[in-house]
Design a protein around this ligand. Sequence first.
Ligand SMILES: Nc1nc2c(ncn2[C@@H]2O[C@H](COP(=O)(O)OP(=O)(O)OP(=O)(O)O)[C@@H](O)[C@H]2O)c(=O)[nH]1
Ligand SMILES: [Mg+2]
Length: 330
Amino acid sequence: MASVQPLVRQLFSGDPRALARSISLVEEESTQGRAILKAIYPRTGRALVLGITGPPGAGKSSLVSRMVGGWRKRGEKVGIIAVDPSSAFSGGAILGDRIRMQEHCLDPGVFIRSMATRGHFGGVSRACRDVVDLLDAGGYRVIFIETVGVGQDEVEVVQIADLVLVVLPPGLGDDIQTIKAGILEIADLFVINKADREGADRLASELSAMLALSPDHGMAKSPILKTVATTGQGIPELMQAVDQGRRQKGRTASREEREKERSRERFLELFREGLYRRAREACLARDEVEAIAEDLATRRRDPYSAAEEVLGRVRFAEPRRRVPSNGRRR
Ligand SMILES: Nc1nc2c(ncn2[C@@H]2O[C@H](COP(=O)(O)OP(=O)(O)OP(=O)(O)O)[C@@H](O)[C@H]2O)c(=O)[nH]1
Ligand SMILES: [Mg+2]
């Protein structure tokens, strides 16, 4: 295997082509991709990761585009990951995102990547986290993850972020209850976009009434801002609120706690995935799953016995002795 060192060096120096190549290697699940992720890890964890979610057409991309302009003025390189739930079926939405980012397309300090929700071994949130690390290592100090807030996958994805912005347009079927509760709970900031439309004030007051009713969640304190992404109205205030959110999170001990929790999850996820992959390769014959499925469907076997039988083939090495934390065996 060719050494990834030259590529990693180029990535560290901020070369966008090296970044694109690295992302492809990682997405292909190649050994080189893994080697890159290992090599860059010590240089990650520096970027501000902003999750942005909300219903389709709420104006997420338009807002991201505006905010990118703000960060660029401050001289920061910005990465954007557009997680696209529909791209498994059509490329249309990706194209739409690209078009709304057009003003930044030629800017070498802006890197845009679309990602499908399906087709990633280990899930889209893992794939997304890997791309965040690559951008981070490439010197992108602000990274946006845009997802359409529709399902569990998307909720998991935005939880990678340091700050989550939930974008809501007025006139959501005229009923705030249509907003999924899970989405509200992960919000650090609410943005009522399309404030030029009727109903923005009403949505804001309904939302704050609703938040006041759920004091156990952190979201009760989440600010509500109004913006018009098409004109830029409210964007300076939004940037300020993001800065403030960043400072607040940076100060608290909970940031370290959160980072540790995410690291633990990340490790366990990789462990689970590796275990499953190895066990499946070692213990299940080709087409065996099909045969088992057929047996279960026709009630010749039950799923519990089938799973137990296959698991019985897994051979673990001798259990490791517990090693005390000073590294010496007792
Ligand atoms: N009137 C008005 N239109 C807006 C505003 N913000 C965005 N739009 C328009 O709303 C449409 C959708 O905007 P996007 O930024 O693509 O919304 P999105 O949430 O990224 O959409 P998806 O990624 O497809 O879910 C576009 O036609 C925008 O021009 C706003 O503040 N006011
Ligand atoms: Mg969009």
